[in-house]
Every structure is written in C-alpha cells, then in structure tokens.
Design a protein around this ligand. Sequence first.
Ligand SMILES: Nc1ncnc2c1ncn2[C@@H]1O[C@H](COP(=O)(O)OP(=O)(O)OP(=O)(O)O)[C@@H](O)[C@H]1O
Ligand SMILES: Cc1ncc(C[n+]2csc(CCOP(=O)(O)O)c2C)c(N)n1
Ligand SMILES: [Mg+2]
Ligand SMILES: [Mg+2]
Ligand SMILES: [Mg+2]
Length: 341
Amino acid sequence: MSKLDEFALIQFLNHKKQSEELQQKLGVIKGIGDDAAVVQHSPGSQLVMTCDTMVETIHFNPYTMLDEDVGYKALASNLSDIAAMGAVPKHALISLSIPKHYSSSRLKKIYKGLYECANEFEVAIIGGDTSKSPKHLNISVTLTGEVETNQALLRSNAKVNDLLFVTGFLGCSAAGLHYLLEKQERHLTSAKLSLDIQPLVQAHRRPIPQMKAGRLLLESKRCHSLNDISDGLASEAHEISEASKVGILINEDMIPIHPTLRAYCDLVGKSPLDWILYGGEDYHLLGTVSRSNVEYLQSRFQRQGIPFFILGEVIDQKGVHIKDQYGNIKKIQKEGYNHFN
Ligand SMILES: Nc1ncnc2c1ncn2[C@@H]1O[C@H](COP(=O)(O)OP(=O)(O)OP(=O)(O)O)[C@@H](O)[C@H]1O
Ligand SMILES: Cc1ncc(C[n+]2csc(CCOP(=O)(O)O)c2C)c(N)n1
Ligand SMILES: [Mg+2]
Ligand SMILES: [Mg+2]
Ligand SMILES: [Mg+2]
C-alpha cells in the first residue's frame, strides 16, 4: 500500500473524475484545484464555495489556542480562501464533532469566537451539523461567497514576467506556534504574554483574512493570479507555478521580515526564512501582477493602509527558485505543511 500524501491526493482528485459534460451542465466554472470552487449563479454573478476543517491535536491544542480562538480561526481560514478568489463572503454552515469530555461552556466560547469573526466580516451563519466524536473536537466550516461573473482570481493565470507580491508579513504564525508549544501552559491568555511576543501569538490565534485586499485586487482588474498562504510561501508559490505552468523566482532580499519575528528568531536560534517558506497559517494573499501595474496597485494599497510587498517574479523555468543575497539561485521543493507527512 502506498503512503498517503496530501499533495498527491489532491492531484489525484484534480484529475477528471467526472465528465466535463456533467460539470458543465451543473454550471461548474472552476472545480477542484483552487482556493474555492466557482459555479454559475445568476446572470451577473457567480457563487464561490469552500470548506476547511480544524481538528484538535492537528490544528490546535490547549497549549496553543483558547476556545474563542478556535471558533474565530475556523471561520477566518475559510474567509481567507474566499478572499483569495476576490469574492465577497456570504453564508456559512458549521459542522461540529464533539468528544464527550467537552463542556457546554467550552462550546459556547468556541461559538463566541465564531460569531465574533462572522459579525466582523458580515457572514451569516445559517446552519450546520453536530455529532459525537470519539476523542477530539473537529470543526468544519463551509462558506459561500459571491463574485462578478468570470472575474474570480485564480491560481492559474500567472504570466511570465509578472511580479510576485504578498499582502503582509509571513512566518509570524509559525513563530507564535513555536512559542506556545515551548511554553507548555494550558489556556494561556494574551494578558499573560509579554508585549514582544504578542504579535506572533496573535498572528497564530487570530489571523486576519485579507478580504479588503482580495476585493481591491479583483476590482482593479490588474491582478493575474492569486492564492492564500495556509501551508507556507514555498508550497503556495508552487501551487501558482503548477496551475499557471510557469516558474517563480523569489528574491530573498525582498522578503519582508517582521521585526518581532526577527527578534524572536535571534532569541531561539531559528531562521526566519524557514518559518516564512515552510511554516504556514499566515493567511496573507500571494499573487502576481504585470510590471506595468505594480505602481498603481502599490498606491491603491497604500491608500487603504494594506501592506503590499513585491518579493519576486514569474519566470519561464518551471518550479520555484530562490535567489540569495549573493545572487546564487537554488530550487525550492514543494515543502510546507502537508497532512500525512
Ligand atoms: N476531500 C476532497 N475532495 C474533493 N476535493 C478536495 C478535497 N480536499 C481538497 N479538495 C480540493 O482540492 C483543492 C485544494 O485544496 P486545499 O485544501 O489544498 O486548498 P486550500 O483550502 O486553499 O488550502 P488549505 O486547506 O491548506 O487551507 C481545492 O479545490 C479543494 O476543494
Ligand atoms: C498543535 C498544532 N500543531 C501544528 C500546527 C501547524 N499546522 C497545522 S495545520 C497547518 C496548515 C494549515 O492547515 P490546513 O492545511 O488543514 O488548512 C499548520 C501549519 C498547529 N496549527 N497546531
Ligand atoms: Mg487556500
Ligand atoms: Mg483546504
Ligand atoms: Mg493545507
């Protein structure tokens, strides 16, 4: 029996398992293979759909997350996939599998965080499902969104010579996770954290889905491809590269490094680049834009107070490559968070 691998499984799922005809008949515009699916809705707009799961011990544990954070992040990670399509979020269904030892007060806290996120980003919670779980809590969110017909921003449209951008600092969530796992203190509240660690822990517990950035990119009509960073920069750059059949060259000198991340890495003897490339759960948007449109987008982002960093370019040599400070270029593998590895 061959070993299970998440990327290989998704590649397998991506190979036509249904006839083009059936998918077309049911209005599928984009099926498996992007951050969310797009289907025909009404004449002017298309429906966007996504679902992501959080499993206790895999995505969180009592040392890393408070109950409110679990609810908040479960929805925020789904919102991030809607942002990565340039869509506007709408309705959510929540599926919970609960082990016997969970109390109702813990579940109320999870829902408090969930509704906090839903209200902040104007999502209506319209239902869900509940069952018992043998051991661990499992929360799955299905989220819909709406996008103007045929305008959804896909991973598959990057063009050679585009520049690669990201909407914020990367690696902070992984550093926050590292801190929390080392600290080994259950239910550690933010109030108990020193100021110098708070931004990292906050990035891990309460990622901010880039809804405004996604809409700005779509409305500008100047963004070629877009992906959100759940598994790390390396992995998501590979997804754009594979879907668009182009290569990506990341310039190490241009990668923005949050000062708190740098300070924490110095303290614990870790490399910021490792967490940036392979850490994941940053939920920033990674995309490409033609060189002539970079200045325009930079000024639009600046006016909205959203970061917009250029960190590389699209090239015609397949794969993802990184250029270090000495000008040496090496290939980077599709590594990052991979369930089953
Ligand atoms: N079990 C599954 N059955 C069918 N399609 C799936 C399944 N799991 C994932 N997919 C599809 O594979 C594609 C990639 O999914 P993936 O979960 O890697 O993307 P993502 O949600 O952007 O990333 P992440 O889960 O790391 O946040 C999507 O189109 C998704 O709908
Ligand atoms: C306790 C604990 N251990 C490890 C991690 C790291 N982690 C888990 S899933 C994932 C990728 C995103 O998930 P998905 O691909 O399912 O969307 C990452 C980086 C964590 N969050 N908590
Ligand atoms: Mg995604
Ligand atoms: Mg997913
Ligand atoms: Mg993943």
